[in-house]
Design a protein around this ligand. Structure first.
Ligand code: NAD
Length: 392
């Protein structure tokens, strides 16, 4: 990844959510800045107007471009010659649809947090609108920006694992093993169906695990059979779920999403087993990919391994051995998105390798998956279709 724009970022960027108390706002700002593609020029950062305005000031923004809410922001920005070209939406789940819709309709390109909406119809409507308005959108599955995740995908594509047979993926942490929602704004909205949607861990972390599986295998999950539980007293939505998966090309799998897995710190991992080899990746050791070819001793691919494919190699930023990780993965998504957008704006063909950022369609598949899991779990774990219609 190069930093070819230095002090002259070519894209004007605005932010909705991501205020001073937010969990994810700073990751977006770090990602946006790293390769100098974006300049933050506007925002409606907070549900609390005063706090949002103070925050905009602390970030050095023009007070005229720190807005009370997203509607005011869309209206004011679209009447400026130097209006924002991209907006990042990082608010609680139930607000994503209306905020993204407003900006897409105004012709602004959107980077939208996951789950992109709280139901599939809304997700499909955003896809339709984005096509109609010819705007570029990404859904923020940041973990697919890790070099070793791109390596895993390239290995599957090159046939190095053979036919994919089994996929096991999990995002199971222990951070919600007690009623943390009683003293945390972020945990409180996640456990309220009005703001979170119909799920807690399935949407909050399970969607990431699903995306890793579909990104690496390039296969959608066709059907799911789910079981979900709520273990912590007073909680409404599930804090643990197990889901059996049937992939569209015949692989079998399972996904575990949890907030009560005490001892798991972040807990995102994936194992993919093919007819020629198996691979394993843990996000807490992101620069190592465990490779077990049939009949050979297991080995560990590192960021400087000669076996690395171009989609992984191009993401290295510093010499091997330096820890690179979470923030860089987020930046990789932002920078790929910027490369594709800049090519579009100048009528050029983008570098094919920059097309791997997660799209609105990936986001919609996540929403469909969540919905299918709920239907299945509510019907004693029966198999439910979780694949988007092929015509979409
Ligand atoms: P949070 O509660 O920590 O922060 C939400 C922020 O949005 C706050 O600043 C709040 O004031 C602001 N806000 C709320 N409603 C708003 C509105 N209508 N207009 C403007 N600002 C508003 O939540 P979070 O943990 O930062 O999560 C936000 C979103 O990001 C969620 O959809 C979540 O699923 C997603 N998320 C994604 C990742 C990832 O790895 N991609 C990680 C964490 C969270």
């Amino acid at each position: 990844m190069s930093n070819r724009f230095h002090n002259n970022p070519p894209l004007r960027y605005g932010m909705v959510g991501g205020g001073v108390t937010s969990q994810i706002g700073d990751s977006h700002r770090a990602a946006m800045r790293r390769d100098s593609y974006f300049q933050l020029v506007a925002g409606a950062f907070d549900i609390d107007k005063e706090r949002g305005q103070q925050y905009g000031k602390s970030l050095g923004l023009d007070p005229d471009r720190t807005y009370a809410d997203y509607l005011q922001m869309a209206k004011a920005e679209t009447s400026r010659e130097d209006m924002i070209q991209v907006v990042g939406v990082m608010t609680p789940n139930s607000t994503h649809y209306k905020i993204a819709k407003t900006f897409i309709e105004s012709g602004v390109n959107v980077i939208l947090e996951k789950p992109i909406t709280t139901n599939t119809d809304d997700a499909l409507e955003l896809m339709r609108l984005a096509k109609e308005k010819d705007v570029l959108c990404a859904s923020m599955y940041g973990y697919s920006g890790y070099p070793m995740v791109r390596q895993a995908r390239a290995m599957v594509e090159a046939g190095e694992l053979g036919e994919i047979r089994v996929v096991q993926t999990e995002f199971a942490h222990g951070n919600c093993a007690t009623a943390v929602e009683q003293h945390s704004e972020g945990a409180a909205w996640r456990n309220d169906p009005k703001t979170s949607g119909d799920t807690f861990v399935l949407g909050d972390v399970g969607a990431h695990a699903l995306h890793l599986a579909t990104f690496i295998t390039k296969q959608q999950v066709q059907e799911v059979a789910a079981d979900r539980q709520c273990f912590v007293k007073g909680r409404i939505l599930e804090d643990n779920a197990h889901v059996l998966l049937r992939f569209e090309k015949g692989a079998a799998g399972y996904l575990w999403a949890s907030g009560v897995a005490i001892g798991h710190r972040h807990g995102l991992a994936i194992r993919v087993f093919g007819s020629k080899a198996g691979i394993e990746w843990h996000q807490e050791r992101p620069n190592q990919l465990f490779l077990s070819p049939l009949g050979q001793t297991q080995r560990i691919l590192e960021l400087d391994s000669p076996e690395l494919h171009p989609p992984a190699k191009r993401l290295l930023r510093v010499g091997a051995g330096h820890p690179e990780g979470y923030f860089e993965a987020f930046s990789n998504i932002y920078s790929d998105f910027a490369e594709v957008l800049l090519a579009k704006l100048s009528g050029e063909t983008p570098d094919q390798l920059s097309l791997d950022f997660p799209t609105l369609e990936d986001g919609a598949h996540g929403v469909k998956f969540i919905e299918a899991c709920v239907e299945s779990a509510d019907n004693n774990g029966c198999w439910v279709n979780s694949k988007l219609d092929d015509s979409i």
